[in-house]
Design a protein around this ligand. Structure first.
Ligand code: AHR
Length: 318
């Protein structure tokens, strides 16, 4: 009797685990509405790819809408997700403010919201369940710290700011300026938005370089790699050497930034990881299952400078 039972135990365990796999496979997958900002940068494209690939891998019905960097388009998309009766709504808000009315409509419809990549400013935190994204203030600090070390705390800086009103533009500036308060020999003398795009970065840098005091510039802080890459073009066209005449630090860590570092044209990039699809859908599935999750999920990131670029380049996945 005893030995029969011992022989049966593995069989029972096997069928229990097979049954739970089957159950997980047949459990209803949530229908998810995702409103993306647009395709303004290499980072954003990698973020979209990661989200779509993960949804496909999990067999999730993803309603994906590209807002072409316009808040009004995002609001329209969010309302259409309510009308379609999706189970969970996720979105990357282009700017921080102006979401309260539509978030209230979503809440009234009983649909949970997950914020991805960027946060919103709302007076009622119950308007969303959780926010997964990078610590943009810390990224700004890391860029400032690196520049302070590189320049011995002496730099006349031009700043290429991200989309006005967006969380990364506000927070990266804040973090970077925190470092400047501790380094009185470093100052920002020019600051303008390039809207996180390569074309915007090039255009603004051209204008900076045409101004009468352009010669005093020794450094550039770009809020993302795309703007830095556009600025590099403008610097070269002005007959200067990017990475040497002007020290450049930016944020994201896209492949193009590593290539520019290997070519000696960019000096440092602070990583901002766009590949958050797997983490995002873990959260979405937990939310859909009614599980309790933390209100803030951070993404782990590093800093890479020109001395590490060649070794790291083959590892870059975006
Ligand atoms: O919100 C993340 C930022 O948005 C990335 O740094 C930038 O490249 C993107 O457009």
């Amino acid at each position: 009797m005893h030995s029969l039972f011992r022989r049966l135990v593995p069989l029972i365990a096997l069928s229990v685990s097979a049954a739970s796999v089957l159950l997980a496979q047949t459990a209803k997958k949530p229908v998810v509405g995702f409103s993306q900002i647009g395709a303004e940068s290499g980072w954003r494209t990698a973020n979209t790819d990661s989200i779509k690939a993960e949804a496909a891998k999990r067999g999730i019905d993803l309603k994906f809408a590209d807002a072409q960097q316009k808040q009004e388009n995002q609001i329209k998309a969010l309302r259409s997700f309510i009308a379609q009766g999706v189970d969970v709504i996720a979105f990357s808000p282009v700017v921080e403010t102006g979401w309260e009315p539509v978030l209230k409509e979503i809440k009234a419809a009983g649909i949970p919201v997950v914020l991805s990549d960027r946060a919103v400013k709302v007076s009622d935190p119950s308007l969303y369940v959780t926010f997964i994204g990078s610590d943009f203030i810390e990224e700004g600090r890391r860029a400032g710290d690196w520049l302070a070390k590189k320049t011995g705390g002496k730099a006349v800086i031009a700043e290429l700011v991200g989309t006005p009103g967006s969380a990364p533009a506000i927070d990266r500036k804040k973090g970077f300026e925190e470092i400047l308060t501790r380094n009185p020999g470093m100052k920002i003398v020019k600051s303008q938005s390039g809207d996180f795009t390569r074309a915007g970065g090039k255009q603004v840098m051209e204008a900076f370089l045409k101004s009468p005091d352009a010669k005093q510039l020794t450094a550039l802080f770009a809020h993302n790699d795309d703007m830095a890459l556009g600025a590099i073009q403008a610097i070269e066209e002005a007959g200067l050497k990017p990475g040497k005449d002007i020290i450049i630090v930016s944020i994201d860590g896209v492949r193009g930034a590593f290539e520019a570092m290997v070519a000696g044209k960019l000096n440092c990039t602070v990583e901002c990881n766009p590949q958050i699809g797997p983490q995002l859908f873990n959260l979405i599935e937990q939310v859909a299952a009614g599980q309790k999750i933390p209100a803030r999920i951070a993404v782990k990131e590093g800093v890479f400078d020109e001395t590490q670029a060649a070794a790291e380049l083959p590892n870059r996945k975006y």
